[in-house]
Ligand binder design. Structure first.
Ligand SMILES: *[C@@H]1O[C@H](CO)[C@@H](O)[C@H](O)[C@H]1NC(C)=O
Ligand SMILES: *[C@@H]1O[C@H](CO)[C@@H](O)[C@H](O)[C@H]1NC(C)=O
Ligand SMILES: *[C@@H]1O[C@H](CO)[C@@H](O)[C@H](O)[C@H]1NC(C)=O
Length: 168
């Protein structure tokens, strides 16, 4: 078993040296997208589904929110839609846990990126781990750094996400 792994590793090293590629210096791919979230009626993309007290107006420890936000190429609602972002948030005592999947339909193909982690309320930018991908993002991992672009409109709360990826 060990011998096999070693011989595979040696072959890989040989291939890497032939092509002059270091296995430890993989290229970082970077791209940006805009998340559009509506927190207001009539068509919210984020809703509170449970709270510790039972009062769905409470956003406090124990609150769970579900979202399905729109992904666009730009900051305007008129920008091209490039996908959706289903996910959920659970409010902790100090930090907030979040998990979502960028589900993208791009000209070069379709794919998903699974993102999860935690953030502190009102602290920006936020950095979360990209833990994997499918489709055109198979074998991706990296991180997602987000910032507010426009928080003035409750029915179109806009953030930019800068995504940095490496592929195995
Ligand atoms: C639910 O919570 C909201 C906000 O904290 C409060 O204004 C409202 O009175 C609460 N409703 C009930 C039925 O307790
Ligand atoms: C979107 O386009 C419509 C029609 O062209 C325009 O009236 C509206 O102001 C635009 N909205 C934004 C947010 O740019
Ligand atoms: C991407 O997905 C859409 C539907 O979500 C589909 O219509 C399209 O053919 C897909 N494109 C590729 C390149 O697979």
């Amino acid at each position: 078993m060990t011998m096999k792994i070693q011989s595979v590793a040696i072959k890989l090293l040989l291939v890497c040296s032939i092509f002059n590629v270091s296995a430890f210096a993989r290229e970082v791919k970077e791209f940006s997208l805009y998340v559009h979230e509506s927190r207001a009626p009539p068509n919210p993309t984020l809703v509170v589904v449970a709270t510790a007290s039972g009062n769905l107006s409470d956003v406090t420890f124990g609150t769970v929110q579900v979202f399905s936000n729109l992904l666009k190429a730009g900051p305007s609602l008129n920008s091209t839609t490039i996908g959706v972002e289903p996910g959920l948030v659970s409010i902790g005592t100090e930090n907030i846990f979040i998990s979502y999947t960028f589900t993208l339909n791009l000209p070069k193909g379709n794919g998903t990126l699974a993102v999860q982690g935690q953030f502190a309320l009102n602290v920006w930018p936020r950095e979360l781990a990209v833990v994997g991908g499918t489709g055109i993002f198979r074998f991706a991992s990296g991180y997602d750094v987000s910032e507010i672009v426009d928080d003035s409109n409750p029915s179109d709360y806009v953030t930019i996400h800068k995504i940095f990826l490496k592929f195995l």
